[in-house]
Design a protein around this ligand. Structure first.
Ligand SMILES: [Zn+2]
Ligand SMILES: [Zn+2]
Length: 119
């Protein structure tokens, strides 16, 4: 069934508590934790507890959860005090765009100057 945990998915294992992560926030539908390979002073991933391969499929199937991701991303930015300086919320979609884990997730990046366009 769509949204069910996948046995071979790293992020489903984090949701299940089978792999440790530095969790900074959790809601009924989402988990936020620090990226193990941070690209900025603040680099937090916000993921849905349900499994969808990318943001587009999550938004199509469970739009309320997609909205939860955006709200939690904003809350992470507030908690991390990166709002005033500016921050970025990124959904890499597809390996050509740098997506490496195929469980939808938002990257929240901030705490340094960010270039536009990204590389
Ligand atoms: Zn998953
Ligand atoms: Zn990613």
């Amino acid at each position: 069934m769509a949204g069910e945990p996948q046995a071979d998915c790293l992020f489903c294992k984090i949701v299940a508590g089978q792999i440790p992560a530095t969790v900074v926030r959790e809601s009924e539908t989402t988990v936020a934790f620090r990226d193990i390979n941070p690209q900025a002073p603040t680099h937090v991933l916000v993921i849905p507890k349900v499994h969808y391969a990318d943001a587009a499929s999550l938004a199509a199937a469970e739009p309320a959860v997609a909205a939860d991701i955006l709200r939690e991303a904003a809350q992470v930015a507030a908690d991390e005090k990166i709002v005033d300086h500016g921050y970025r919320v990124v959904f890499n979609t597809g390996s050509g765009a740098g997506q490496t884990v195929f469980h939808a997730h938002a990257h929240v990046l901030g705490g340094r100057g960010l270039q536009w366009p990204p590389g």
